[in-house]
Design a protein around this ligand. Sequence first.
Ligand code: NAP
Length: 247
Amino acid sequence: MEDLKGKTAIVTGASRGIGKEIALQLAKRGADVAINYVSREADANKVVKELEDLGVRALAFQADLSQMTAGRELVRKVQKEWGRIDILVNNAGITRDKAMKNLSDEDWTEVLDTNLGSVYATCSEVWPIMMEQKFGRIVNITSFVGQAGNFGQANYAASKGGIIAFTKTLALEGGRHNITVNAIAPGFTETEMLAQVPENIREKIISRVPMGRFGQPEEIAKAVVFVAADGDYITGQQINVNGGVYM
Ligand code: NAP
């Protein structure tokens, strides 16, 4: 099914993990996809090759999205190349986990700037483009932690909770311009981010998940593509894809 043919998408943090799967699934539906990465150029180039092998146009842009100017520049570059941006997926994110007593100002700022500041910057830059097009699909990747909180993740939880509130507000403002804005909230998903967690803690985490396993990046990507491609009347929602770890 190539129903996204002629549409263009940006996926941030798509050199690996969940973002890579989102990019591939959008391309399988026919969209041209611009991906972003911060340091792993070789991985990003491999993703571009995989996208092109699916018969779509693909671009990779290095940008450190902890800097708002870089997020804005990313959007401007894609608009310059392709002349429109239909889908924006804000996926890039990091963790700097520490219990509150050990959390530094740097841990706080780095996570808030990368996870939340970047979402503001790309949305702000794409907003007039989507208003002009009278069409836009924005999908922000949050986390169940933004709703439930999580020990050792005060900075991360604040950034992901902020994304949910930001998403709902943009949905209110975008509705009459045919811009939908939604958030997808993964549970624990098998990527390098989760691989940083020590094995004994990973076992404890699995015991908390009703489905008894971690999620796969493909399972998160399916939900993203659903709202971006088929969710014409879905806006302001936060859709949980978490194996039941938070209900
Ligand atoms: P991941 O495997 O660690 O991949 C992170 C991606 O973000 C990479 O492409 C990385 O680029 C990019 N990135 C990191 N810092 C960046 C920066 N400053 N500027 C631009 N790009 C940057 O992460 P993931 O597990 O796929 O997570 C993707 C999203 O899902 C994140 O928002 C995360 O918070 C969310 N999430 C993940 C889980 C989970 O269990 N995995 C659960 C809930 C929510 P490089 O390759 O160049 O480093």
